[in-house]
Design a binder for this molecule. Structure first.
Ligand SMILES: *[C@@H]1O[C@H](CO)[C@@H](O)[C@H](O)[C@H]1NC(C)=O
Ligand SMILES: *[C@@H]1O[C@H](CO)[C@@H](O)[C@H](O)[C@H]1NC(C)=O
Length: 637
């Protein structure tokens, strides 16, 4: 199984560069998820790379918890899972928590303790009944001695004996350390329910007992109670102010497990649906517009597949959520009824396209392959298949299809444009620039080749030539809102806020004029980022995102941006709602898992705050102290 190609955010305004601003890093999820698709106007690949989880408190301070990988494919994830288990086993002996009781245990190098029997003889018999006879002072003394003996027994791996001694110590004096130490014995015996019981008792006595929390978390993980394990590790991380790398790594691991488990369940019951019209439009317009196959417009008999094929094409032109859904149904219906021979390849191509958009990669691949069989001259089918196989991580397969397409028609500018996208995504910028240029040479009228060339030049570090490209575009394509939108993104990345906002405003006005029904909401979201970054204007940023959502309720990039705006303001429960909504809208498993990771991280943070109100207070104090340092700088782990 080839490794999936890591995605790179193509959006200038959404870099995942760790050294860039706080907000940009927060936005990396959106970037990871969809920026490629949106920016370059084609869903070439929506392979999610790594997500970054941030924890926030009321003052807006951010704690980065680290990165967690998102599964590339179910097969790979399975392989991953077994690898993870193995690793855990070999690591275990080194784990301090599992090996040593929490406190007061002598190290192995320490001199051997006096013979146990002798000391034990000095102690009276300790039972629930006898203990009541002793004074407080006596109980304390005996408890201390018993604990010492228990530690000795533990170090000799005499766990049953140690358990007995700690149990007696607890009878003398309920102490969180004794419970936690006894839990360490149960831990060594893999008696998870007993570990959970004892650590819970320890935590009840001392809610900030990090060692007990970690130990209970491990037991929950062993018993596959992942959400509970995640909660404990998160609390532990916050208590130690994210200084414990082990706990932080555990949070990442658990987040991944919880998100994957939930994600798979979600996917099972999920009907396949189209993404937002913004997404669909961007994909469809990544191919040059072609006239409908000859004669198809005359198909008026509603009982024929040809009629539905034509209907689907008409539906697409409206660019709304409903019309795209109707188009998808029309193409299904067309092939159900059967179309005339000359339209067959085209019909499979279109049905495959919409299946692909719905996230049904396997069926989509079948359809375009069928289309290629029926008409080996249809270059577009090769190009679409290349995107599909690239999404599964098969870069060579994608290249093969581009080469086949070129063999059929070396003059088709679409081939070079899409091959350029492949290069762009795999960070091969000079190859990408060459292919965009070739596509432009073959057809100067396709705006996205120019825009994308400009973005590529920017990525290559040629800011001047990039801006020159955009200025030329502005002149030559004065009716295209996209030019202004992407130009604005580059300006935003240069921190030229006012100029960027001006471009976004122009793009918004043009969008309204050109497609009032199916407006592309990207400029609205970009403007939200700009007003937030330049003036910390949460209210307006939020309003812009909400406007975008009224126009395109399923726009996941708007939802992601809004969720992060809310999180940034410490409005955690509202943020959670949007993260969940994003998961609900996601089409593919990696997307769902990624969104759920954020939802779960947010939910867990909320739960920790509820369970440990004293922690929440401390977090905001720590936040106030470091908020200034946090802004724009690398955050401490
Ligand atoms: C685990 O510990 C509890 C409490 O001591 C005990 O009752 C139970 O039998 C143990 N379970 C196993 C599987 O050893
Ligand atoms: C494909 O194009 C070639 C050359 O233009 C032509 O000879 C062949 O018949 C075409 N094949 C189909 C299936 O249309």
């Amino acid at each position: 199984m080839p490794k999936a190609i890591p995605s790179t955010p193509a959006t200038a305004s959404l870099p995942v560069d760790a050294s860039s601003s706080l907000w940009s890093r927060l936005s990396s999820w959106a970037a990871d998820n969809k920026a490629v698709a949106y920016t370059i106007g084609a869903v070439v690949v929506v392979v999610t790379g790594a997500g970054v989880v941030y924890y926030l408190n009321q003052t807006g301070d951010v704690k980065k918890l680290g990165q967690f990988p998102v599964p590339d494919s179910p097969t790979e994830r399975a392989a991953d899972g077994s690898a993870r288990k193995k690793k855990k086993k070999t690591k275990k002996p080194k784990k301090e928590d599992a090996e040593k009781p929490a406190d007061g245990a002598a190290s192995k190098a320490a001199p051997p303790p006096p013979p146990t029997i002798e000391v034990e003889d000095e102690l009276p018999e300790i039972t629930e009944a006898s203990v009541t006879q002793f004074t407080q002072e006596e109980r304390k003394t005996y408890a201390g001695k018993l604990k010492g003996l228990g530690n000795d027994a533990y170090n000799k791996k005499n766990y049953d004996e140690a358990i007995k001694l700690y149990t007696q110590a607890i009878l003398c004096k309920p102490d969180p350390i004794y419970y936690s130490n006894r839990a360490a014995c149960y831990n060594a015996q893999s008696n998870w329910s007993a570990v959970i019981e004892d650590t819970t008792a320890a935590i009840a006595l001392n809610p900030e007992y990090v060692k007990a929390l970690n130990r209970r978390a491990n037991a929950y993980e062993q018993t596959e109670e992942y959400s509970k394990a995640l909660l404990d590790y998160t609390a532990s991380c916050i208590l130690e102010q994210f200084r414990n790398d082990n706990a932080a790594a555990s949070v990442e691991r658990l987040l991944k497990i919880v998100a994957e488990t939930k994600g798979r369940k979600m996917l099972e019951g999920k009907p396949k649906r189209l993404p937002s019209p913004t997404f669909v439009t961007n994909y469809l317009q990544s191919f040059r517009e072609k006239p409908a196959p000859e004669g198809l417009e005359d198909a008026t008999d509603e009982n024929t597949g040809d009629y539905y094929l034509n209907k689907g094409l008409q539906d697409i032109k409206l660019k709304t959520a409903q019309s795209y859904e109707e188009a998808a149904q029309a193409f299904e219906k067309a092939l159900e009824l059967g179309v005339s021979d000359q339209y067959q390849a085209f019909a499979y191509n279109m049905r495959g396209t919409f299946k692909y958009l719905k996230g049904d990669g396997a069926d989509a691949l079948q359809d375009v392959t069928k289309s290629i069989e029926l008409d080996p001259n249809m270059t577009q089918s090769y190009i679409k298949r290349a995107s599909m196989v690239l999404e599964t991580g098969d870069k060579d397969g994608a290249e093969d299809d581009f080469n086949r397409a070129i063999a059929v028609n070396p003059e088709d500018p679409d081939i070079y444009y899409h091959r350029a996208q492949l290069h762009f995504i795999t960070l091969e910028y000079s190859e990408a620039a060459r292919d965009y240029q070739k596509s432009i040479d073959l057809d100067r009228d396709f705006i996205y080749s120019h825009i994308q060339l400009g973005v590529t030049q920017y990525k290559q570090g040629s800011v001047a030539s990039s801006f020159a490209t955009f200025r030329r575009c502005q002149k030559n394509f004065d009716k295209s809102p996209d030019v202004y939108n992407y130009y604005g993104e580059l300006l935003l990345d240069q921190n030229k806020y006012e100029e960027a906002i001006e471009k976004f405003n122009t793009a918004i006005d043009m969008e309204k004029a050109v497609r009032p029904m199916g407006m592309n909401v990207l400029p609205l979201i970009n403007k939200a980022l700009a007003v937030f970054q330049s003036h910390q204007n949460y209210q307006e940023a939020e309003k812009l995102c909400k406007t975008a959502l009224i126009l395109d309720p399923d726009c996941d990039i708007a939802i992601a941006t809004l969720a992060q705006l809310l999180l940034q303001q410490g409005r955690v429960s509202e943020a959670l709602e949007y993260f969940e909504k994003a998961a609900d809208l996601a089409r593919t498993e990696p997307e769902i898992v990624n969104a759920l990771s954020y939802a779960e991280a947010t939910r867990t943070q909320l739960e920790v705050q509820e369970k440990y109100p004293q922690l929440a207070a401390r977090m905001s104090m720590a936040g106030a102290a470091s908020a200034a340092a946090a802004a724009g700088m690398g955050m401490p782990r």
